[in-house]
Design a protein. Sequence first.
Length: 272
Amino acid sequence: MLKLSERTIKALGKIVTGDERLSPYRSGPNLVALFNDLGINDIYGQGFPSRWSYAEESIRKINGRPELLLLIEMILDPREFLNTEFEVTKAIEFINQYLSYEKHQVVLVGGHAKVRDLNGLDVDFEHPFKSSKDDAHLFIDEQVKKCDEKIASGDYYGAITNARSLVEAILTEIEKELDASAPDYDGDLVKLYKRVAKLLNLGPERKDISDTLKQILTGLSSIIAGLAGLRNKMSDAHVASYKPSKHHAKLAVNSAKTICDFLFESKQYQRK
């Protein structure tokens, strides 16, 4: 759970109150109403502290609790910025400078602010299709983003589904590029991988590679089979027989990204 340092608490307090001039101004009564919605039972009246002091102290009360994430997402909800002079993207950019030190980040997902846990996103897969408008390439880019977003939001079923979809899309794209007569994908991920591995000369039966590399290549086949089976057992595409945890989803997503990165690098190497 996110626990803020004092510097980040003070920065967040300025966004809450509007004193940084990056977000709408909140009066004392508005601040009390905001934090009461998060479970703090306060009353605005005589002897009320300064706005910034009250905001910081209230943040400390919910620091390290789920209510803190709700607060950040509430105050950075784009609807709070409608009909104001402020831009939500600038407020998010400001607070993300501090949250990066806490290994977290605020992103806009589907028009809503979401706090992402960056500790869960270990493998950064940069595919070469980001500027493409091709439907297949857009689908790949979408799967990469969804994998990260769903781990960050706690949707571990969905992350596993998107991890397999990413591998399927990458393998299909490479096969289509290297074999104009490739058959249509029938849903058998293991069979698809074997065809692509053959096209990329990645078969562990090769005589010209070391035993260590053969073990790694054999391991890739096992990971592909594992992704297929993991998705069937735990993903949201089937009736789940086992509930995935965050480390399961991270394993699936990071394995998928690592394999896809290796496949692209292998394709480039074969071309050279």
